[in-house]
Design a protein around this ligand. Structure first.
Ligand code: UDP
Length: 344
């Protein structure tokens, strides 16, 4: 049946894809976002509140007056290298704002939360496939902030909070109807940067070529953003079925279970766009572990998680989305983005 869901960070990349999915399921979707990295154009509902996740003046009355069935929380800073440079910013934004949100939820009696976590909490696990039980030793501040929030969620079980942390591997691709996709003013992610390099006729930079991996570049597990969105729906349904006020915490690793090296991803982009892209070997980027590939058996079992999109479909939708951005959700913003990228 229809749920009323507050999507915190719903103007961002994964959050807006989740909104598209929730709206398709007939749910009543509300978005809270401070638009620090998200975009008003990606808010897919009329029900929009501009504020930070932990803003008591705005969020507490919102939670108290709406009887939300649950909250999905995507709002975070999520760039590994930036987190190495600005750890305090990451702590304040990701941990302290979320802690305030959790407190307000409990106070308002809204006790179901699906939280965006990350495989970065595992650090450099040196395991072929990463399952939920491996030790959590984040090697960058970003991963540390997400692990800290998971601990807060676990602690809040005794106060009746029912939460699920979804640990994404590398979110990628665009929502197939192109309502949501990657749109970062400073683009750091491999697939959009490769598409961009191709469009500008510049070289794609490959950060690190001497890792202990088959071709020397980092191996990642790319998972389509709409497959992640569906997993959020399944997680929220699982929470709705729990006995009310009985605290719960669960965590799931979400990936395709396939690893691709940076070079293999650039190859896949070349195949989709039918054009060679020249490459430049660059030094390693701070905070990057060599290999991160998911074991998602638990999510398959308990959330009926079944990724529909392979790497080719991820790159194809990302490419389609780039065309849409270029034509202009708002053309001026796309030009801003080009200018920012040229500064790199
Ligand atoms: N990467 C790269 N060139 C780029 C962007 C990224 O070589 O222009 C590498 C990066 O060092 C990492 C992988 O691609 O090994 C995935 O990086 P991305 O930023 O897309 O995601 P992350 O793994 O940091 O979440």
């Amino acid at each position: 049946s229809a749920q009323k869901i507050l999507v915190v960070g719903g103007a961002g990349y994964v959050g807006s894809a989740a909104c598209a999915w929730l709206l398709d399921q007939g749910h009543d979707v509300w978005v809270l976002d401070d638009l620090s990295t998200g975009h008003r154009e990606l808010v897919l509902t009329e029900n929009f509140v501009k504020a930070r996740a932990g803003d008591r003046k705005i969020v507490l009355p919102l939670l108290k007056s709406h009887a939300f069935d649950g909250v999905m929380h995507f709002a975070a800073k999520s760039l590994v290298e930036e987190s190495v440079q600005k750890p305090e910013l990451y702590w304040e934004n990701n941990v302290e704002q979320t802690q305030a949100l959790i407190e307000m939820m409990i106070e308002a009696g809204v006790k179901r939360l699906v939280f965006s976590s990350t495989c970065a909490i595992f650090g450099d696990p040196k395991s072929a496939k990463i399952d939920e039980n491996l030790p959590k030793n984040p090697i960058n501040p970003y991963g540390k902030t997400k692990l800290e929030v998971e601990k807060l969620l676990e602690t809040a079980v005794t106060r009746g909070l029912q939460s699920i942390a979804l640990r994404y591997f590398n979110a990628a691709g665009a929502e197939p109807k192109l309502r949501a996709g990657e749109w970062h003013v400073k683009e750091t992610h491999l697939i959009p940067r490769t598409l961009k390099a191709s469009a500008l006729g510049s070289r794609v930079e490959i950060f690190g070529h001497d890792y202990s991996t088959p071709d020397g570049t980092c191996v990642r597990d790319y998972i389509h953003v709409s497959d992640l969105a569906a997993a959020h729906g399944a997680a929220m349904n699982k929470l709705q079925n729990l006995e009310k006020d009985k605290g719960f915490f669960g965590a799931y690793n979400l990936g395709s279970e396939n690893g691709y090296s940076v070079r293999q991803v650039v190859d896949a982009v070349e195949k989709v766009i039918g054009k060679k892209i020249s490459r430049a070997d660059m030094p390693r980027r701070a905070g990057d572990p060599p290999v991160l590939v998911s074991n998602s058996e638990k999510a398959k079992r308990e959330l009926a998680f079944k990724p529909k999109h392979d790497l080719n479909s991820i790159v194809q939708t990302a490419w389609d989305w780039e065309q849409k951005l270029k034509k202009g959700i708002r053309r001026a913003v796309f030009l801003d983005r080009d200018e920012t990228i040229n500064e790199d």
